[in-house]
Ligand binder design. Structure first.
Ligand code: THU
Length: 161
C-alpha cells in the first residue's frame, strides 16, 4: 500500500488588469457576451470565449431548455462551435465567466465535469495545452494551464486501448 498525492497548478489574479494582454482581451469579450445566455430556468448566465490558434475568437453561452437536460453549458456550445467552424484549429485559451440573478458574481466558476471531458478531448487532439481563464462577472480570476490541472484522473482515447 502506498499513499500518493497529485498536486495541481493554478495562478490567482485579484483583478482583470493583472492579466496578460491576450487573456484580458478574451475575458473582456466573454463578459461582453454574458447577456446572450439563454438561461430562463437557472437565471445563471455563463459565457465562454475561445481564442484559436488562427486568432479567431469563438463564443458560446449556456442554452437552457424546458426539458432541462436538453440544454448545454456555455463551454461546450463554444467548443463544439469552434470545432465545427474551424476543424482541427487548436484552442489557445478559453475564458469563462458567469453571472447570477443578483448580477454580481465575485468568485470564479469552474467548468462542470462534462465540459472538462470535452476540453480533454480537444487538448489531446491538438497535443498542446489550453489556457483556462476562470472568473465570475468581477473580482478574482484563476488561470490554469492544461486540462490535467482540472481533470487529473481522466479517461481519453488511450484508455480504450
Ligand atoms: N453552466 C455552464 O454553462 N457552464 C458551467 O461551467 C457550469 C454550469 C450552466 C448550465 C446551466 O444552464 C446553468 O449554468 C446552471 O447550472
Amino acid at each position: 500500500m502506498k499513499s500518493k498525492k497529485i498536486s495541481i497548478d493554478y495562478t490567482e489574479f485579484n483583478d482583470i488588469n493583472e492579466l496578460e494582454e491576450d487573456a484580458k482581451m478574451l475575458l473582456n469579450v466573454a463578459r461582453k457576451y454574458l447577456n446572450h445566455a439563454y438561461a430562463p430556468y437557472s437565471k445563471f448566465k455563463v459565457a465562454a470565449a475561445i481564442l484559436l490558434e488562427n486568432n479567431e475568437i469563438v463564443m458560446g453561452t449556456n442554452q437552457e431548455n424546458a426539458a432541462y437536460p436538453s440544454g448545454l453549458c456555455a463551454e461546450r456550445v463554444a467548443m463544439f462551435y469552434a470545432s465545427s467552424q474551424y476543424p482541427k484549429v487548436p484552442f489557445k485559451a478559453i475564458a469563462i465567466t458567469a453571472n447570477n440573478v443578483s448580477d454580481t458574481l465575485k468568485h470564479p466558476i469552474f467548468p462542470c465535469g462534462s465540459c472538462r471531458q470535452v476540453m480533454l478531448e480537444y487538448e489531446t487532439l491538438q497535443n498542446k495545452k489550453i489556457q483556462f481563464i476562470l472568473s465570475g462577472s468581477e473580482g478574482k480570476i484563476i488561470v490554469i494551464n492544461g486540462i490535467d490541472n482540472l481533470l487529473p484522473f481522466s479517461f481519453d482515447a488511450e484508455s480504450l486501448n
